[in-house]
Ligand binder design. Structure first.
Ligand code: IPD
Ligand code: CA
Ligand code: CA
Length: 270
């Protein structure tokens, strides 16, 4: 895929995210529209998730009818081994459903082992993050960079949580991070956890298992912003998820130890 193919896709993805984000924001402001059910324990679903994915898929199909698409709600269409759009219509659905302003729309493009393009839109704060391989990462068109925090003692690290993972694993991760002298966050959107690192609002995000749609766009943005990104798409991360670490360069040498603890396989809640 040439830089101009990527630019074309980036422009379309950004305009789809902005349009779908406008719709999602209207729904967010209406408590009736935020009514939710559960796909599983702590796994929230609203009608807005499905509708946002439908709108983005329709827009992609119009501009790039041959492109494969993987979406959280509607699965895979096309041959994703040749490259695929990877969409999370709403990341942070629990926050969305409960009326907390921390959620976003995420559209990435994955080619082989790389996330080569990412668009993340946070409609509540009207913040649009974008990047493509070989270009710079931007927030509302202004360049962003990962923080220059010198070491873990000065660091803020977000540890992602979901109920598919075991208690022991979370406790181990927290013990290590606290032991390195970093502060811990957990704000409920893996995608915004990654873009926080890209623009210096935090120093790292780690989660033992997360799905590809939660991180595809964010990884492309973090890489372009100069952050360390773990090799998420090596092996079967696209289809089975993987552990993820993104980190400001000063913290990466220490935090990479987390990756040696191993990816957690998704399992049922206790
Ligand atoms: C979840 C959020 C959460 C992360 C979970 C994800 P969803 O996505 O990103 O922060 O810890 O692993 O599944 O369900 O809000 O799209
Ligand atoms: Ca998600
Ligand atoms: Ca989602």
């Amino acid at each position: 895929m040439t830089p101009s193919d990527l630019d074309q896709r980036l422009a379309v993805a950004a305009s789809l995210a902005l349009a779908a984000g406008g719709y999602a924001l209207e729904q967010f402001r209406d408590p009736e529209a935020r009514q939710h059910k559960f796909k599983g324990p702590q796994d929230y679903l609203t009608a807005v998730d499905g509708e946002v994915e439908r709108r983005i898929r329709a827009g992609l199909a119009e501009s790039f009818p041959d492109d494969a698409v993987i979406g959280e709600e509607d699965g895979t269409t096309g041959d994703a081994s040749l490259g695929a759009w990877v969409i999370d219509p709403i990341d942070g659905t629990a926050n969305f459903a409960r009326g907390l302003a921390r959620w976003c729309i995420s559209i990435g493009y994955v080619l082989g082992r790389d996330a080569v393009l990412g668009v993340v839109y946070d409609p509540v704060h009207d913040e649009l993050f974008q990047a493509r391989r070989g270009g710079e990462a931007t927030l509302n068109s202004k360049p962003i960079r990962a923080a220059s925090t010198p070491d873990t003692k000065h660091g803020i690290v977000e540890l992602g949580w979901n109920p598919r993972l075991g208690l022991e694993e979370h406790v181990t991760d927290m013990t290590m991070v606290i032991g390195w002298g970093s502060a811990i966050r957990r704000l409920g959107s893996g995608t915004l956890g990654l873009t926080d690192v890209a623009c210096g609002r935090s120093d790292a995000y780690y989660q033992r298992h997360i799905w590809s749609w939660d991180v595809a766009a964010g990884l492309a943005i973090c890489e372009a912003a100069g952050a360390y990104i773990s090799p998420f798409f090596e092996t079967d991360g696209l289809t089975k998820g993987n552990q993820v670490l993104v980190a400001a360069p000063g913290l990466a040498p220490t935090l990479k130890t987390l990756l040696t603890l191993g990816r957690a396989e998704p399992k049922a809640s206790p």
